[in-house]
Design a binder for this molecule. Structure first.
Ligand code: C5P
Length: 231
């Protein structure tokens, strides 16, 4: 029996964001009058493609339930995990009764509030007929060094180096089993690396450079600037 393929979003949002040195997790910091995570989720909803958006929130999180977007009909709360991969897996588990193995899942960091509908649809249109799936990425503009201590021990060939962004788009079934097999492996820092561990070769799709991840305090001002430019 055939069914129409659905698209789901999973948003890991259970990190603490230590590098921000703030009084609350970075996804709850103010950015142009709204929290970072509200921007992210409203932009995903605005893309008008997802059956639902599963958001992984820490059980000790006192901020989430205060947000209007938390009660949006397409938002599903999942339990945050110890590592990002655990949070994503938990998000996948909350939609297990509704999602089919060949449905597509786009995993997007809560901390990337400048994501555009244009990039989401560009990723989907580029990969919807692909066997494996893939990720938004950017070619590296800087020369990258391999360093031990503070000694440079090599220079990477920049022409082969891309920076992994999100969303990362994979089939529900293969992403879930790849993450289940990867649990506890510290080398799994994104979804693509879990699939790579299975011998698969996800594709890269060039994304927009304004899709930054809020990591350090100065990134908030940069995100604000990019949002103004996008209007
Ligand atoms: O810390 P980093 O910026 O790499 O985190 C990327 C995303 O993963 C963030 O949106 C963060 O909230 C989420 N995360 C999570 N569960 C964890 C760690 C990070 O959902 N245990």
């Amino acid at each position: 029996m055939t069914h129409s393929i659905k698209f789901w979003a999973v948003v890991p949002a259970a990190g603490v964001g230590k590098r921000m040195n703030a009084d609350r997790p970075k996804q709850y910091l103010d950015l142009a009058g709204q929290t970072v995570i509200e921007h992210t989720l409203l932009r995903l909803l605005h893309a008008n493609i997802f059956a639902a958006v599963a958001v992984a929130i820490s059980e000790e999180d006192p901020y989430w339930s205060e947000l209007t977007v938390a009660s949006h009909e397409k938002i599903i709360r999942a339990k945050g995990g110890k590592e990002r991969a655990d949070s994503v897996l938990s998000g996948l588990h909350t939609i297990r009764d509704q999602a089919a193995d060949d449905d597509w899942v786009l995993v997007h960091d809560a901390a990337r509030p400048c994501i555009t509908s244009e990039d989401i649809h560009h990723l989907i249109n580029s990969l919807v007929n692909d066997d494996v799936g893939g990720i938004l990425a950017l070619p590296s503009a800087d020369t990258l060094k391999n360093v031990l201590g503070n000694n440079i021990v090599g220079t990477l060939d920049r022409s082969h180096i891309w920076r992994a962004l999100t969303p990362q788009m994979f089939r529900y079934g293969s992403l879930k089993s790849a993450l289940e097999l990867a649990v506890g492996n510290p080398a799994i820092t994104d979804e693509a690396s879990a699939l790579e561990l299975q011998g698969l070769q996800p594709k890269i799709v060039e994304g927009r450079p304004d899709n930054i991840k809020i990591t350090r305090p100065e990134d908030l001002a940069l995100a604000h600037f990019f949002m103004e430019q996008q209007q």
